[in-house]
Write a protein that binds this ligand. Sequence first.
Ligand SMILES: *[C@@H]1O[C@H](CO)[C@@H](O)[C@H](O)[C@H]1NC(C)=O
Ligand SMILES: *[C@@H]1O[C@H](CO)[C@@H](O)[C@H](O)[C@H]1NC(C)=O
Length: 551
Amino acid sequence: MKSVLLLVLSFCSYRTGGSRVWGDRYFNRSSPGGLQLDLDLDLDLDLDLDLDLSVVFRRVDPRFLSVTIDSSLAAQERFMLLLGSQKIKFLAEALSPAFLRFGGTRQDFMVFTPQRSRQEQQKVELAADESCDAMQLPWWLEQQLKQDWVQQQQILMTEELQRKYHRIQFSELTVDLLHSFSICAGFDLIFGLNALLRTSDNSWNSSNARTLLQYCESRRYSMSWELGNEPNSYEKKAGIRVDGYQLGLDFTRLRKIMSESTLYRDTGLYGPDVGQPRDHRTDIMKGFLQSGAKAIDACTWHHYYVNGRDTSLEDFLDPDVLDSLALKINEVLEMIKLESPGKSMWLGETSSAYGGGAVGLSDTFVAGFMWLDKLGLGAKLGLDVVMRQVLVGSGSYHLIDEDLNPLPDYWLSVLYKRLVGPEVLKIQAFSNFGRSKRVRVYLHCANKKSYSSGAVVLISMNLSKKPARISLPALASSSTVDAFVLQSDQPGEEGLYSRWVKLNGAVLKLVDDKTFPDLGGVRLPPAEHLQLPAYSLAFFVLVDAKAAACR
Ligand SMILES: *[C@@H]1O[C@H](CO)[C@@H](O)[C@H](O)[C@H]1NC(C)=O
Ligand SMILES: *[C@@H]1O[C@H](CO)[C@@H](O)[C@H](O)[C@H]1NC(C)=O
């Protein structure tokens, strides 16, 4: 059993003060409200779990796992029609509730250019059938767009490498398609406005945004807003320098415009979508908060672990790389605490690797470790929303591939949505060498839509080269466990590069364009041994945990 991590659930129960708690013969009180669990020591690596089922430690937004569509999809507007695909809509729906952020580098080159006259507009309104099934993309057009997208991706990539961005004109079509897609999927749309439209005194020229807001208001589109994408690199992208303080003033101006609209008076505004804080990016964030904090509902920044063109499989499994997120989160938290205490913090755009992702890694099974760990760590440390770059479209970090088939991170996301509730509980794994880095665990209340109150879900992953054994002792004596173990369809290291994933041994594949495979767990009776195999990601729902925090 050397190379297999055993999550051994031994089900003896203790009673303290009348309530059942986690514990076994080794249990002793460690910290107030917490339980220290010591474990059998006969294997190389021994793990203790320190956890607390009595209180909710943090609560994230119910839309915590959210997604993006990169604005590059609109570089040629006809590609936006892909959002009319029944299959994408079906796949998206399984990820709701969520935000859908439409933004990215191209957003700061996009100009709203209405095409329809007033009369035409009225015709469209009459013809518009709000029913989601009625809005169908003909199959032949879908085929054509998927084919053409391959070449379009090349064009976009070249543009990015040369840092030469063309002005993009978009019409009502882009907004209409985004809005109807969001409604059908159950997403809350966030539209990223162009902040690079500047006046001669280098303040934001809001005139185009006004026109767009007026159009959206005329259609009664409920949506929220952002302004600008990664302002820290405006100089590189466009030869324009905008400091944080000025950007904050621009946001204040946008907030004022919104407040004059009956529809957008109370809707969200998020920013500044600054790249991962370091060097002068930190100054941008600071300056921005000083002048603009009052205008925003959440402070957003972007996070990628590695450079997509310069990374390896090892990085994707490296606990130090995964832990680097913690440093960044704490840095931004400090800044927010100083400049705008209590402001909600989001990852406004995030994925494994920047530069479009890492080819052959960001779209394969191994990407799941970065994704699941980001969700676990982010919820624990202070993020309220995490927006995954991208749902569909640009790069290799998509959840749905160019053929509109789900990739491993898509399945992981669907399971996360179904199983994990917004309440974060305290848990930590310690080995005899200190905090365990290679076996990573997180604990939430189970999603109350799927499980009855009191249930918790243990999120765990095995990055360990050493065999380890966790005895996760006693739950309520009657408790059962629903296990959802994700592995590659191929064994060993080769399998990490696979675009297919198995759930409890069965490869996940759509039955047809609107039917999921079985996504149920394996129900294990009490006292069963749970195995967490090599290179695996797992959700263990402790159905009868009776956690006071999850009542
Ligand atoms: C975890 O995965 C490693 C591969 O990194 C494997 O060698 C090991 O057996 C697994 N450990 C456990 C405890 O399952
Ligand atoms: C803002 O942009 C519009 C064109 O979109 C232009 O007509 C107007 O003069 C600009 N305003 C300023 C103050 O630069």
